[in-house]
Design a protein around this ligand. Structure first.
Ligand SMILES: Nc1ncnc2c1ncn2[C@@H]1O[C@H](COP(=O)(O)OP(=O)(O)OP(=O)(O)O)[C@@H](O)[C@H]1O
Ligand SMILES: [Mg+2]
Length: 374
């Protein structure tokens, strides 16, 4: 580690001479940041250690080779394997040119686009909005030199209306393709046409489930890469009777876990803002009332799509410290809609409480007594 952190003592490797010199893909071991020319921070190496432990890291060379040899590849990887945060980064040196062409990585959700961009900017040791940025409706946190842009699938679709060949990009990473949102499906159709016209454009279709063969078929037999995940043993406990008030019972279960179970944070799924805020208030009240000598502090964070971005980021904070040194451990509870189901990975979650309800957007059209639900 010390060797890596060694700064340019003899002054030969000046900032400008180090910037983007030669460099094949995959040399995160450099002392200097390839994109900024700055010396890496200590935090960069700390995160790098964690990145290297992710399952996708073992596939890095194979991925670069496949993308070099094929116009489209399909990647199927289990959740948390590092698809979204790592794969676009692996391709940067091969495919991105600051000020000319960038890599776009689409997400079905705004929260994911923002939080992943933030995480990746930290992993790359760059400032969010410069080399790595995000574009969501009403907010563009990127600049013309951005080389990796996380964006909602809807925003890329809008861009395709103005620039039908998506000429700003050398590679489009369509993430969470299995979710089959309308914009992602339309983008897939568009991509198929653009790829014929732009032989230099690369596409990476990423999906978490077993639908991958269908995407392969759609893209004329594009090669498929399978990345194993880091699965953990899961124990499931069902309530014995149907719950008449699932909101109250979620609070009750969370408090039981907090008081009786070992270390580990809690994730509660509920359907929307109102329920989530009610549960958060209730949990804060109840955790204040329990015996502080036996039970540690509880930090409660809500998560839903209309929550301000700053507050959305709070879910990544670590669990609180004990109230007094050596006292009972603290715990974090995230109360969320199903946006935390995929795309977002919250480290430290051990307990999940899921009443099983979620809101669905339903458009109903009535023609001559026939109801069409779309
Ligand atoms: N904001 C963050 N803060 C801390 N660690 C993070 C953050 N985002 C991701 N990670 C770490 O990076 C790992 C990989 O996350 P990533 O989102 O790339 O996985 P994924 O394969 O895309 O999962 P999914 O299928 O759920 O989208 C996580 O397991 C987590 O350890
Ligand atoms: Mg992902």
């Amino acid at each position: 580690m010390d060797r890596k952190r060694k700064i340019d003592a003899d002054g030969l490797n000046t900032k400008s001479s180090k910037k983007r010199e030669g460099g094949d893909e995959g040399d995160e071991e450099d002392t200097f940041n390839y994109w900024t020319g700055n010396a890496f921070s200590g935090r960069y190496y700390d995160i790098l250690k964690k990145r290297k432990a992710l399952p996708v890291y073992d596939f890095k060379d194979e991925l670069i080779k496949q993308v070099r040899e094929n116009q489209v590849i399909v990647i199927e990887g289990e959740t948390g394997s590092g698809k979204t945060t790592q794969i676009p980064q692996f391709l940067l040196k091969m495919l991105a040119k600051p000020g000319e062409q960038a890599i776009a990585c689409t997400q079905p959700r705004r929260v994911a686009a923002m939080s992943i961009a933030k995480r990746v900017s930290e992993e790359m040791d760059v400032e969010l909005g410069k080399e790595v940025g995000f574009t969501i409706r009403f907010e563009d946190c990127s600049n013309p030199n951005t080389i990796l842009r996380f964006m909602t699938d809807g925003m890329l679709l809008r861009e395709a209306m103005i620039d039908p060949l998506l000429s700003r990009y050398s590679c489009i990473v369509l993430d969470e393709a299995h979710e089959r949102t309308l914009p992602t499906d339309v983008l897939m159709g568009l991509l198929k046409e653009i790829l014929i016209k732009r032989k230099d454009l690369k596409a990476v279709i990423m999906s978490a489930t077993l639908d991958a063969e269908r995407f392969q078929k759609y893209f004329d037999g594009a090669p498929l890469m399978k990345v194993p995940g880091r699965t953990h043993p899961v124990e499931i406990f069902y309530s014995k009777q149907p719950e008449s008030n699932y909101v109250d019972s979620a609070v009750r279960t969370a408090m039981q876990i907090h008081e009786l179970e070992g270390k580990g944070d809690i994730l509660i799924f509920l359907t929307g803002e109102e329920e989530i805020e009610t549960v958060c208030t209730q949990l804060r009240l109840e955790s204040d009332q329990v015996d502080h000598d036996k039970c540690g502090p509880l930090s409660v964070y809500p998560l839903y799509s209309t929550l301000p971005p700053k507050q959305q980021q709070d879910i990544f904070k670590p669990a609180p410290n004990p109230r007094v040194p050596g006292g009972p451990f603290g715990r974090k509870v995230v109360v969320s809609t199903n946006i935390a189901e995929t795309s977002l990975t919250i480290d430290g979650i051990v307990f999940v409480i899921d009443p099983g309800f979620s809101k669905q957007k339903v458009s109903i059209m009535v023609y001559y007594n026939v109801i069409h639900i779309i």
